[in-house]
Design a protein around this ligand. Structure first.
Ligand SMILES: Cc1cc2nc3c(=O)[nH]c(=O)nc-3n(C[C@H](O)[C@H](O)[C@H](O)COP(=O)(O)OP(=O)(O)OC[C@H]3O[C@@H](n4cnc5c(N)ncnc54)[C@H](O)[C@@H]3O)c2cc1C
Length: 397
Protein backbone atom coordinates (compact mmCIF):
# COMPACT_ATOMS: atom_id res chain seq x y z
CA UNK A 1 0.00 0.00 0.00
CA UNK A 2 1.45 3.36 -1.05
CA UNK A 3 0.17 6.15 1.17
CA UNK A 4 1.74 9.00 -0.85
CA UNK A 5 0.13 10.83 -3.77
CA UNK A 6 2.16 11.22 -6.95
CA UNK A 7 3.24 14.61 -8.37
CA UNK A 8 0.14 14.98 -10.58
CA UNK A 9 -2.18 14.57 -7.62
CA UNK A 10 -0.06 16.81 -5.40
CA UNK A 11 -0.35 19.48 -8.13
CA UNK A 12 -4.11 18.95 -8.12
CA UNK A 13 -4.13 19.43 -4.34
CA UNK A 14 -2.31 22.77 -4.79
CA UNK A 15 -4.98 23.84 -7.31
CA UNK A 16 -7.71 23.02 -4.79
CA UNK A 17 -5.86 24.93 -2.04
CA UNK A 18 -5.43 27.99 -4.31
CA UNK A 19 -9.13 27.84 -5.21
CA UNK A 20 -10.06 27.80 -1.53
CA UNK A 21 -7.67 30.68 -0.75
CA UNK A 22 -9.70 32.86 -3.11
CA UNK A 23 -13.24 31.55 -2.61
CA UNK A 24 -13.66 30.41 1.01
CA UNK A 25 -14.58 32.08 3.28
CA UNK A 26 -16.74 33.69 0.61
CA UNK A 27 -16.04 37.41 0.09
CA UNK A 28 -18.55 39.90 1.59
CA UNK A 29 -19.92 40.74 -1.85
CA UNK A 30 -21.14 37.11 -2.20
CA UNK A 31 -24.29 37.64 -0.14
CA UNK A 32 -25.36 38.44 3.40
CA UNK A 33 -26.47 35.21 5.00
CA UNK A 34 -24.43 32.04 5.48
CA UNK A 35 -26.86 30.25 3.11
CA UNK A 36 -26.26 32.84 0.36
CA UNK A 37 -22.51 32.59 0.79
CA UNK A 38 -22.67 28.79 0.64
CA UNK A 39 -24.83 28.92 -2.51
CA UNK A 40 -22.35 31.34 -4.13
CA UNK A 41 -19.40 29.12 -3.14
CA UNK A 42 -21.03 25.95 -4.47
CA UNK A 43 -21.59 27.66 -7.82
CA UNK A 44 -17.88 28.55 -8.05
CA UNK A 45 -16.85 25.05 -6.94
CA UNK A 46 -19.07 23.45 -9.60
CA UNK A 47 -17.63 25.74 -12.27
CA UNK A 48 -14.11 24.71 -11.14
CA UNK A 49 -15.04 21.01 -11.39
CA UNK A 50 -14.89 20.22 -7.65
CA UNK A 51 -18.51 19.49 -6.70
CA UNK A 52 -21.11 17.17 -8.27
CA UNK A 53 -18.39 15.63 -10.36
CA UNK A 54 -20.56 12.69 -11.41
CA UNK A 55 -23.47 14.86 -12.62
CA UNK A 56 -23.61 16.09 -16.25
CA UNK A 57 -23.34 19.86 -16.81
CA UNK A 58 -26.78 19.99 -18.46
CA UNK A 59 -28.32 19.03 -15.10
CA UNK A 60 -26.20 21.42 -13.02
CA UNK A 61 -23.17 19.25 -12.20
CA UNK A 62 -19.51 19.64 -13.15
CA UNK A 63 -19.25 16.43 -15.23
CA UNK A 64 -15.75 15.20 -14.45
CA UNK A 65 -14.22 11.85 -15.11
CA UNK A 66 -14.53 9.59 -12.05
CA UNK A 67 -11.29 9.80 -10.07
CA UNK A 68 -11.38 8.57 -6.50
CA UNK A 69 -8.05 10.18 -5.58
CA UNK A 70 -9.16 13.63 -6.78
CA UNK A 71 -12.46 13.19 -4.95
CA UNK A 72 -10.55 12.32 -1.77
CA UNK A 73 -8.24 15.33 -2.10
CA UNK A 74 -11.22 17.65 -2.61
CA UNK A 75 -13.00 16.21 0.41
CA UNK A 76 -9.86 16.47 2.59
CA UNK A 77 -8.97 20.05 1.61
CA UNK A 78 -12.57 21.32 1.74
CA UNK A 79 -12.93 19.54 5.10
CA UNK A 80 -9.83 21.25 6.55
CA UNK A 81 -11.31 24.68 5.74
CA UNK A 82 -14.88 23.66 6.59
CA UNK A 83 -15.86 24.75 3.10
CA UNK A 84 -19.34 23.60 1.95
CA UNK A 85 -19.40 20.27 0.18
CA UNK A 86 -22.39 19.03 -1.85
CA UNK A 87 -25.74 20.02 -0.33
CA UNK A 88 -26.58 17.31 2.23
CA UNK A 89 -29.74 15.23 2.15
CA UNK A 90 -31.54 12.20 0.81
CA UNK A 91 -32.30 13.96 -2.50
CA UNK A 92 -28.63 14.31 -3.41
CA UNK A 93 -27.47 11.05 -1.90
CA UNK A 94 -30.19 8.78 -3.24
CA UNK A 95 -32.56 10.35 -5.73
CA UNK A 96 -30.06 12.12 -8.00
CA UNK A 97 -27.98 8.97 -8.71
CA UNK A 98 -31.18 6.99 -9.24
CA UNK A 99 -32.56 9.50 -11.75
CA UNK A 100 -29.22 9.71 -13.53
CA UNK A 101 -29.23 5.97 -13.98
CA UNK A 102 -32.91 5.22 -14.55
CA UNK A 103 -34.87 8.50 -14.99
CA UNK A 104 -36.29 10.00 -18.19
CA UNK A 105 -34.76 13.13 -19.72
CA UNK A 106 -37.76 15.14 -18.50
CA UNK A 107 -37.44 13.82 -14.93
CA UNK A 108 -33.73 14.64 -14.90
CA UNK A 109 -34.27 18.19 -16.17
CA UNK A 110 -37.16 18.82 -13.85
CA UNK A 111 -35.73 17.47 -10.60
CA UNK A 112 -31.93 17.23 -10.60
CA UNK A 113 -30.78 20.90 -10.84
CA UNK A 114 -32.98 22.15 -7.99
CA UNK A 115 -32.14 19.13 -5.85
CA UNK A 116 -28.41 19.84 -6.29
CA UNK A 117 -28.78 23.43 -5.10
CA UNK A 118 -30.81 22.32 -2.09
CA UNK A 119 -34.00 24.04 -3.32
CA UNK A 120 -35.94 20.75 -3.50
CA UNK A 121 -36.00 18.57 -0.40
CA UNK A 122 -36.94 14.92 -0.73
CA UNK A 123 -38.18 12.25 1.66
CA UNK A 124 -37.63 8.53 1.24
CA UNK A 125 -40.75 6.37 1.33
CA UNK A 126 -39.49 2.79 1.59
CA UNK A 127 -40.22 1.48 5.13
CA UNK A 128 -43.68 0.49 6.32
CA UNK A 129 -44.90 -0.73 9.72
CA UNK A 130 -44.37 -4.38 8.69
CA UNK A 131 -41.74 -3.90 6.04
CA UNK A 132 -38.36 -2.65 7.27
CA UNK A 133 -35.52 -5.18 7.00
CA UNK A 134 -37.99 -7.27 4.99
CA UNK A 135 -38.66 -4.35 2.65
CA UNK A 136 -40.13 -6.48 -0.12
CA UNK A 137 -43.10 -7.22 2.19
CA UNK A 138 -44.35 -3.66 1.56
CA UNK A 139 -48.11 -3.24 1.05
CA UNK A 140 -48.62 0.33 -0.16
CA UNK A 141 -50.42 0.01 -3.50
CA UNK A 142 -50.63 2.17 -6.59
CA UNK A 143 -52.99 1.72 -9.54
CA UNK A 144 -53.40 3.63 -12.77
CA UNK A 145 -56.70 5.52 -12.95
CA UNK A 146 -58.26 8.21 -15.15
CA UNK A 147 -57.59 11.65 -13.57
CA UNK A 148 -58.43 15.24 -14.43
CA UNK A 149 -55.19 15.60 -16.42
CA UNK A 150 -55.00 12.15 -17.97
CA UNK A 151 -53.85 8.90 -16.42
CA UNK A 152 -52.56 9.09 -12.84
CA UNK A 153 -51.32 6.74 -10.14
CA UNK A 154 -53.71 6.45 -7.20
CA UNK A 155 -51.69 5.56 -4.10
CA UNK A 156 -53.05 3.97 -0.92
CA UNK A 157 -51.11 2.82 2.12
CA UNK A 158 -48.70 3.94 4.81
CA UNK A 159 -45.01 4.66 5.12
CA UNK A 160 -43.10 5.12 8.38
CA UNK A 161 -39.74 6.48 9.64
CA UNK A 162 -39.60 8.91 6.70
CA UNK A 163 -36.81 11.25 7.77
CA UNK A 164 -37.75 14.96 7.75
CA UNK A 165 -40.78 14.34 5.51
CA UNK A 166 -42.55 17.22 7.26
CA UNK A 167 -40.10 19.64 5.57
CA UNK A 168 -39.84 17.90 2.18
CA UNK A 169 -41.63 18.96 -1.02
CA UNK A 170 -41.34 15.57 -2.73
CA UNK A 171 -41.05 11.92 -1.86
CA UNK A 172 -39.82 8.86 -3.76
CA UNK A 173 -41.96 5.89 -2.86
CA UNK A 174 -41.89 2.16 -3.44
CA UNK A 175 -45.43 0.90 -4.10
CA UNK A 176 -46.93 -2.38 -5.25
CA UNK A 177 -48.39 -1.94 -8.74
CA UNK A 178 -48.87 -5.62 -9.61
CA UNK A 179 -50.26 -7.16 -6.40
CA UNK A 180 -50.50 -10.61 -7.98
CA UNK A 181 -46.76 -10.72 -8.76
CA UNK A 182 -44.20 -12.39 -6.46
CA UNK A 183 -42.68 -10.65 -3.43
CA UNK A 184 -39.84 -8.77 -5.15
CA UNK A 185 -41.68 -8.32 -8.44
CA UNK A 186 -44.53 -5.91 -9.09
CA UNK A 187 -43.04 -3.02 -7.08
CA UNK A 188 -42.70 0.39 -8.79
CA UNK A 189 -40.67 3.50 -7.93
CA UNK A 190 -42.88 6.61 -7.95
CA UNK A 191 -42.22 10.31 -7.37
CA UNK A 192 -44.88 12.26 -5.49
CA UNK A 193 -45.50 15.95 -4.80
CA UNK A 194 -46.26 15.97 -1.08
CA UNK A 195 -48.61 18.97 -1.48
CA UNK A 196 -51.11 16.79 -3.36
CA UNK A 197 -54.43 15.99 -1.63
CA UNK A 198 -54.80 12.63 0.10
CA UNK A 199 -51.42 12.80 1.90
CA UNK A 200 -51.16 13.13 5.69
CA UNK A 201 -47.75 13.61 7.29
CA UNK A 202 -47.51 13.01 11.04
CA UNK A 203 -44.17 13.67 12.79
CA UNK A 204 -43.19 11.07 15.42
CA UNK A 205 -41.89 12.37 18.77
CA UNK A 206 -38.56 10.77 19.67
CA UNK A 207 -36.86 10.02 22.98
CA UNK A 208 -34.63 13.09 22.47
CA UNK A 209 -37.70 15.35 22.26
CA UNK A 210 -36.98 16.01 18.57
CA UNK A 211 -39.22 15.02 15.66
CA UNK A 212 -37.05 13.80 12.82
CA UNK A 213 -39.22 11.01 11.47
CA UNK A 214 -42.74 10.94 10.13
CA UNK A 215 -45.57 8.59 9.39
CA UNK A 216 -46.97 9.31 5.93
CA UNK A 217 -50.47 8.16 4.96
CA UNK A 218 -51.70 7.94 1.37
CA UNK A 219 -55.44 7.95 0.81
CA UNK A 220 -56.10 7.97 -2.94
CA UNK A 221 -53.12 10.33 -3.34
CA UNK A 222 -52.43 11.07 -6.99
CA UNK A 223 -49.25 11.43 -9.01
CA UNK A 224 -48.92 11.72 -12.83
CA UNK A 225 -48.58 8.45 -14.75
CA UNK A 226 -45.13 9.43 -16.04
CA UNK A 227 -43.69 10.18 -12.57
CA UNK A 228 -42.56 6.55 -12.44
CA UNK A 229 -38.80 5.95 -12.48
CA UNK A 230 -37.75 3.00 -14.62
CA UNK A 231 -40.23 0.42 -15.86
CA UNK A 232 -43.46 -0.52 -14.15
CA UNK A 233 -42.88 -3.45 -11.77
CA UNK A 234 -39.11 -2.94 -11.74
CA UNK A 235 -38.90 -0.59 -8.77
CA UNK A 236 -36.91 -3.14 -6.77
CA UNK A 237 -34.03 -2.90 -9.25
CA UNK A 238 -34.40 0.89 -9.53
CA UNK A 239 -34.25 1.29 -5.75
CA UNK A 240 -30.81 -0.28 -5.75
CA UNK A 241 -29.35 2.17 -8.27
CA UNK A 242 -26.38 3.95 -6.72
CA UNK A 243 -23.43 6.01 -7.81
CA UNK A 244 -20.89 3.62 -9.19
CA UNK A 245 -17.92 5.70 -8.21
CA UNK A 246 -16.23 8.16 -5.87
CA UNK A 247 -18.54 8.91 -2.98
CA UNK A 248 -19.53 5.48 -1.83
CA UNK A 249 -16.22 3.69 -1.77
CA UNK A 250 -14.32 4.89 1.26
CA UNK A 251 -16.49 4.11 4.24
CA UNK A 252 -16.15 7.33 6.22
CA UNK A 253 -13.14 6.38 8.39
CA UNK A 254 -12.27 10.09 8.65
CA UNK A 255 -15.49 10.67 10.56
CA UNK A 256 -14.50 7.97 13.05
CA UNK A 257 -11.03 9.53 13.43
CA UNK A 258 -12.54 12.99 14.01
CA UNK A 259 -14.96 11.64 16.61
CA UNK A 260 -12.17 9.82 18.43
CA UNK A 261 -10.05 12.99 18.52
CA UNK A 262 -12.96 14.91 20.05
CA UNK A 263 -13.35 12.17 22.66
CA UNK A 264 -9.65 12.46 23.60
CA UNK A 265 -10.09 16.23 24.03
CA UNK A 266 -13.05 15.55 26.29
CA UNK A 267 -11.07 12.99 28.35
CA UNK A 268 -8.27 15.55 28.83
CA UNK A 269 -10.70 18.18 30.08
CA UNK A 270 -12.94 16.36 32.59
CA UNK A 271 -12.46 14.68 35.95
CA UNK A 272 -13.34 11.01 36.47
CA UNK A 273 -13.30 9.50 39.98
CA UNK A 274 -10.99 12.22 41.26
CA UNK A 275 -8.43 12.30 38.45
CA UNK A 276 -8.31 13.76 34.94
CA UNK A 277 -10.25 11.19 32.88
CA UNK A 278 -7.38 10.51 30.46
CA UNK A 279 -5.22 9.46 33.46
CA UNK A 280 -7.76 7.00 34.83
CA UNK A 281 -6.68 3.35 34.14
CA UNK A 282 -10.18 2.08 33.22
CA UNK A 283 -10.81 4.98 30.84
CA UNK A 284 -7.34 4.61 29.32
CA UNK A 285 -7.99 0.94 28.68
CA UNK A 286 -11.31 1.67 26.94
CA UNK A 287 -9.67 4.41 24.86
CA UNK A 288 -6.79 2.16 23.81
CA UNK A 289 -9.15 -0.61 22.67
CA UNK A 290 -11.20 1.96 20.76
CA UNK A 291 -8.11 3.46 19.15
CA UNK A 292 -7.22 -0.01 17.87
CA UNK A 293 -10.56 -0.19 16.06
CA UNK A 294 -10.26 3.37 14.72
CA UNK A 295 -6.73 2.79 13.36
CA UNK A 296 -7.69 -0.54 11.77
CA UNK A 297 -10.67 1.12 10.14
CA UNK A 298 -8.52 4.00 8.89
CA UNK A 299 -5.94 1.68 7.34
CA UNK A 300 -8.69 -0.47 5.86
CA UNK A 301 -10.08 2.69 4.23
CA UNK A 302 -6.59 3.49 2.80
CA UNK A 303 -6.45 -0.03 1.45
CA UNK A 304 -9.85 0.35 -0.16
CA UNK A 305 -8.79 3.69 -1.62
CA UNK A 306 -5.69 2.10 -3.16
CA UNK A 307 -7.81 -0.75 -4.52
CA UNK A 308 -10.40 1.63 -5.97
CA UNK A 309 -7.63 3.71 -7.58
CA UNK A 310 -6.34 0.48 -9.16
CA UNK A 311 -9.93 -0.31 -10.28
CA UNK A 312 -10.21 -3.35 -8.00
CA UNK A 313 -13.34 -4.32 -6.08
CA UNK A 314 -12.98 -4.09 -2.29
CA UNK A 315 -15.24 -7.14 -1.86
CA UNK A 316 -15.81 -8.25 1.71
CA UNK A 317 -13.74 -5.38 3.21
CA UNK A 318 -16.18 -2.94 1.62
CA UNK A 319 -19.14 -4.79 3.15
CA UNK A 320 -17.82 -4.10 6.66
CA UNK A 321 -17.67 -0.29 6.51
CA UNK A 322 -21.15 0.52 7.72
CA UNK A 323 -21.03 -1.96 10.58
CA UNK A 324 -17.58 -0.82 11.75
CA UNK A 325 -18.45 2.88 11.55
CA UNK A 326 -21.62 2.18 13.49
CA UNK A 327 -19.80 0.21 16.18
CA UNK A 328 -17.08 2.87 16.58
CA UNK A 329 -19.69 5.67 16.79
CA UNK A 330 -21.47 3.73 19.52
CA UNK A 331 -18.26 3.02 21.51
CA UNK A 332 -17.23 6.69 21.35
CA UNK A 333 -20.66 7.79 22.54
CA UNK A 334 -20.72 5.21 25.30
CA UNK A 335 -17.39 6.36 26.78
CA UNK A 336 -18.34 10.04 26.38
CA UNK A 337 -21.64 9.45 28.19
CA UNK A 338 -19.71 8.07 31.19
CA UNK A 339 -17.22 10.95 31.12
CA UNK A 340 -19.73 13.79 31.12
CA UNK A 341 -21.25 12.38 34.29
CA UNK A 342 -24.23 14.48 35.49
CA UNK A 343 -24.39 16.41 32.22
CA UNK A 344 -25.74 13.15 30.75
CA UNK A 345 -28.88 13.79 32.79
CA UNK A 346 -29.59 17.00 30.85
CA UNK A 347 -31.71 16.45 27.78
CA UNK A 348 -30.30 18.36 24.79
CA UNK A 349 -33.00 20.38 22.98
CA UNK A 350 -32.71 18.55 19.64
CA UNK A 351 -30.04 16.64 17.86
CA UNK A 352 -26.99 18.66 16.84
CA UNK A 353 -28.03 21.94 18.47
CA UNK A 354 -26.75 21.41 22.02
CA UNK A 355 -23.78 23.58 23.00
CA UNK A 356 -22.51 21.95 26.20
CA UNK A 357 -21.21 18.51 27.16
CA UNK A 358 -24.73 17.12 26.92
CA UNK A 359 -24.33 17.22 23.13
CA UNK A 360 -22.57 13.87 23.62
CA UNK A 361 -25.95 12.50 24.64
CA UNK A 362 -27.19 13.31 21.15
CA UNK A 363 -24.22 11.40 19.81
CA UNK A 364 -25.26 8.47 21.99
CA UNK A 365 -28.92 8.45 20.86
CA UNK A 366 -27.83 9.04 17.27
CA UNK A 367 -25.45 6.07 17.42
CA UNK A 368 -28.39 3.81 18.32
CA UNK A 369 -30.37 5.08 15.32
CA UNK A 370 -27.49 4.59 12.88
CA UNK A 371 -27.39 0.91 13.89
CA UNK A 372 -30.91 0.61 12.43
CA UNK A 373 -31.03 3.12 9.56
CA UNK A 374 -30.27 1.95 6.04
CA UNK A 375 -30.02 -1.73 7.04
CA UNK A 376 -29.66 -2.86 10.67
CA UNK A 377 -26.37 -4.10 12.10
CA UNK A 378 -27.76 -7.66 12.31
CA UNK A 379 -28.71 -7.59 8.64
CA UNK A 380 -25.24 -6.21 7.91
CA UNK A 381 -23.70 -9.15 9.77
CA UNK A 382 -25.79 -11.55 7.69
CA UNK A 383 -24.59 -9.88 4.49
CA UNK A 384 -20.95 -10.14 5.57
CA UNK A 385 -21.43 -13.79 6.56
CA UNK A 386 -23.31 -14.82 3.43
CA UNK A 387 -21.86 -12.68 0.64
CA UNK A 388 -18.43 -12.12 2.20
CA UNK A 389 -17.65 -15.52 3.74
CA UNK A 390 -20.05 -17.71 1.77
CA UNK A 391 -21.83 -19.09 4.86
CA UNK A 392 -25.28 -20.67 4.37
CA UNK A 393 -28.32 -18.37 4.30
CA UNK A 394 -29.94 -17.45 7.62
CA UNK A 395 -33.28 -19.30 8.03
CA UNK A 396 -34.95 -16.07 9.23
CA UNK A 397 -34.50 -14.39 5.83
C1 LIG B 1 -32.22 7.21 11.75
C2 LIG B 1 -33.18 6.45 10.84
C3 LIG B 1 -33.60 7.04 9.66
C4 LIG B 1 -34.49 6.36 8.81
N1 LIG B 1 -34.93 7.00 7.69
C5 LIG B 1 -35.79 6.38 6.86
C6 LIG B 1 -36.33 7.06 5.71
O1 LIG B 1 -36.05 8.25 5.48
N2 LIG B 1 -37.16 6.38 4.91
C7 LIG B 1 -37.50 5.08 5.12
O2 LIG B 1 -38.21 4.52 4.29
N3 LIG B 1 -37.05 4.41 6.22
C8 LIG B 1 -36.22 5.03 7.10
N4 LIG B 1 -35.78 4.39 8.24
C9 LIG B 1 -36.28 3.03 8.54
C10 LIG B 1 -35.22 1.96 8.44
O3 LIG B 1 -34.87 1.71 7.11
C11 LIG B 1 -35.81 0.70 9.13
O4 LIG B 1 -36.03 1.01 10.49
C12 LIG B 1 -34.86 -0.48 9.03
O5 LIG B 1 -34.82 -0.97 7.72
C13 LIG B 1 -35.24 -1.63 10.00
O6 LIG B 1 -36.55 -2.00 9.81
P1 LIG B 1 -37.58 -2.15 11.04
O7 LIG B 1 -37.54 -0.88 11.82
O8 LIG B 1 -38.89 -2.60 10.46
O9 LIG B 1 -37.00 -3.28 11.98
P2 LIG B 1 -37.10 -4.85 11.76
O10 LIG B 1 -36.76 -5.18 10.36
O11 LIG B 1 -38.42 -5.31 12.30
O12 LIG B 1 -35.94 -5.38 12.68
C14 LIG B 1 -36.08 -5.53 14.11
C15 LIG B 1 -34.87 -6.32 14.61
O13 LIG B 1 -34.84 -7.63 14.04
C16 LIG B 1 -33.62 -7.86 13.35
N5 LIG B 1 -33.85 -8.63 12.14
C17 LIG B 1 -34.88 -8.49 11.26
N6 LIG B 1 -34.73 -9.37 10.25
C18 LIG B 1 -33.59 -10.08 10.49
C19 LIG B 1 -32.89 -11.11 9.80
N7 LIG B 1 -33.33 -11.60 8.65
N8 LIG B 1 -31.74 -11.55 10.32
C20 LIG B 1 -31.26 -11.07 11.50
N9 LIG B 1 -31.87 -10.09 12.20
C21 LIG B 1 -33.02 -9.60 11.69
C22 LIG B 1 -33.09 -6.47 12.99
O14 LIG B 1 -31.71 -6.45 12.81
C23 LIG B 1 -33.52 -5.67 14.22
O15 LIG B 1 -32.59 -5.82 15.25
C24 LIG B 1 -34.93 5.04 9.13
C25 LIG B 1 -34.52 4.45 10.34
C26 LIG B 1 -33.66 5.15 11.20
C27 LIG B 1 -33.28 4.51 12.50
Amino acid sequence: MDLKYNATYEAFRQEVISFLDVHWPAPDSAGESRAEKEAWFRKQAIAAGYLYRGVPREFGGSEQEADILKATIIRDEFGKRRAPMEAPGIGNMMLVPTLLECGTQEQKERFIPKTLTGEYHWAQGYSEPNAGSDLAALRTRAELVEGENGMEWSINGQKIWSTLAQFAQYMFVLARTEPEAGKHAGISYLLIDLKNPGITIRPIKQVTGGKEFCEVFFDDARTPADWIVGERGEGWTVSKATLAHERSSIGGAQTAVGLFEKLIELAKGVQYQGVTAIEHPQIRERLVILEGYVQSHLYSSYRQLSMAAAKQNAGRIGLMNKLINTNIGHMVADIAKDLINDAALLMPPTRGRAEGDEKWLNQFFGSLGVAIAGGTSNIQRNIIAERGFGLPRDDAE
